[in-house]
Design a protein. Structure first.
Length: 208
């Protein structure tokens, strides 16, 4: 491949990266406001989803009887170390009215929490929260942004890897998303610089 061909290919790749970066900076689900709820955690403290407005929330519906829920909880534990207080993690044990495998007691949920070293909120669903979110099986996970909008949904553990969850949160949490928003413009700036150098080289060759 000649020099001109290599340069054209490079410019095409740079422009493609710009378009990808631009699309990634705006990834989100359809605008759906997360239903608010109030529950009492397994330690006896009451809390509401609205208490965390201004923070990113990872809400997951689980059953201690389902092994995939434990795998999901371990993912949350790992990812929480990256984001710290920027992200609130909530596990809600579904009732037996929603799923036959549901109906965990507070003692079972506490044991589950301690086994996986989960440090977020853990509560039994005592007010129809799973039904409000349309949960039909577990684990079902919802990523909620600072304004209370559901940005991502995951049904099952297979698609919710540590890498996938980290990437989704980085696009939402302000401290990380600001860098993502700059990505397409940084790529486009490099594209313009390379393009201008190519034009200068052509002009110099023509003058010679």
């Amino acid at each position: 491949m000649n020099k001109g061909g290599k340069m054209s290919r490079f410019l095409s790749i740079m422009f493609a990266l710009f378009l990808i970066g631009l699309s990634l900076s705006g990834i989100a689900c359809a605008q759906q406001t997360a239903p608010n709820f109030t529950l009492t955690d397994v330690d006896g403290a009451g809390f509401s989803l609205s208490n965390f407005r201004g923070s990113t929330v990872v809400l997951s519906f689980i059953s201690t009887r389902v092994i995939f829920c434990k795998a999901t909880a371990y993912v949350f534990v790992s990812v929480s170390k990256i984001f710290g207080d920027e992200v609130v993690f909530i596990l809600v044990g579904v009732s037996s009215e929603i799923l036959a495998v549901g109906g965990d007691s507070e003692a079972q949920l506490r044991e589950f929490r301690d086994e996986v070293s989960f440090e977020g909120f853990v509560a039994r669903d005592t007010s129809g929260v799973a039904a409000a979110y349309g949960v039909n099986f577990v684990p079902s996970t919802f990523i909620i942004d600072q304004t209370g909008v559901v940005r991502h949904k995951h049904f099952g553990a297979a698609e919710l890897s540590e890498q996938a969850l980290t990437a989704e949160l980085q696009a939402i949490v302000p401290e990380f998303s600001s860098l993502l928003l700059l990505l397409p413009f940084m790529v486009f700036a490099v594209f313009l610089i390379v393009l201008s150098k190519k034009r200068v080289t052509r002009l110099t060759s023509f003058a010679a």
